[in-house]
Ligand binder design. Sequence first.
Ligand code: ADP
Ligand code: MG
Length: 391
Amino acid sequence: MSLQLALKNQGVSQATLTVAVRCRPLLQAEVDADVLPITRVVDNKMVLVLEPELPPEKTFLSERFTQSMDTRQRERRYAFDYAFDSDASNKGVYQHTVQALVPGVLKGLNGTVFAYGATGSGKTHTMVGDANDPGLMVLSMNDVFELMAKEPDQQFDVTCSYCEIYNEVIYDLLAPSSGPLDLREDPALGAVVAGLSRIRVESAERILSLLQEGNTRRKTESTDANATSSRSHAVLEVTVVRREVQGSQMGSYSGKLCMVDLAGSERASETNNRGRQLKDGAAINRSLLALANCINALGKRKKTGFVFVPFRNSKLTRLLKDGLCGNSRTAMIATVAMARSQYHHTVNTLKYADRAKEIKTHVRRNHGSVAMHVAQMRQAIVQLQQQNSVL
Ligand code: ADP
Ligand code: MG
């Protein structure tokens, strides 16, 4: 029996990562400074990047560009599941990437979404957004509650947690007084943040207000706001538990949607480009480097069979392990800026996204097992103990 068939018989199906790239438009300041775009999207699938050595008149603004064979040889091309041009809205990105994962979460399947790209390329805009253009975190929650409303006979419980990994320390963005939190391995649940608060939510608006509240607590540096986002990862985890009658007993399914607004990828790609194994260092974002190494290793696994994947090297990769190779349907949104000055960041991000296309995960429905309930109770006890010690 093939591995695929064996897995299918156990209710496990194989899924490939959905990899999308989003090009952010030039900002007004860039337009004012006559910055030229060097990135172009073709057919909603392909991203073309013009090498920056070309003289400025041969950029995409030039009509001659498309006719010149010489120029065409000096462009790089990358194909993805989706490529979103500068005019795409968050809603458009959502509809082609995350929306397909949401119904599964209500049926006990896991989903993971992360935005990967250099600082200033549009990760937070895509994941969180604002009131005019809500991001994927908010849009997915709208759908969760809309889908639940279509099944009024079912009992659902929705809870969420929102934490930040900053310099390898985990902070609860919804309960700032709790201080640094530990990451522990649970036999049934995998990596869990001990004592992280889980808040029960009854509407998408509530999640939005929790996100806003949490975001005000993300570590900020007074001198440079972008330096902050370049080092901190924000992880929103929404759990939907469905309870249903199975014969004479109540059964439950628990689906988890994990959405991550990553720190800027520039340091990770710079180090990786030099072809060295990534090392810890004060100035290096260890979690992001570990993620880059895991993506590399997982990408190679398809070609060469077994490859050691260094998940244990950082908090982020321990938390994302399921999303990257375990029980999850996963979407990666790689974000790039179109400016010529961003060429190296853009190409590095596209290379990573290209490797991520090879990654496969194994999805199965999460039945509410005794081990899982025990683990959840254990977590609740830790949380209560921590609350008591704060009071
Ligand atoms: P990152 O989180 O990757 O560091 P941000 O999401 O903060 O980057 O985006 C940097 C700037 O670009 C912000 O001012 C943001 O509003 C703007 N921006 C990003 N993506 C878009 C987009 N698709 N459309 C319009 N503005 C965008
Ligand atoms: Mg950001």
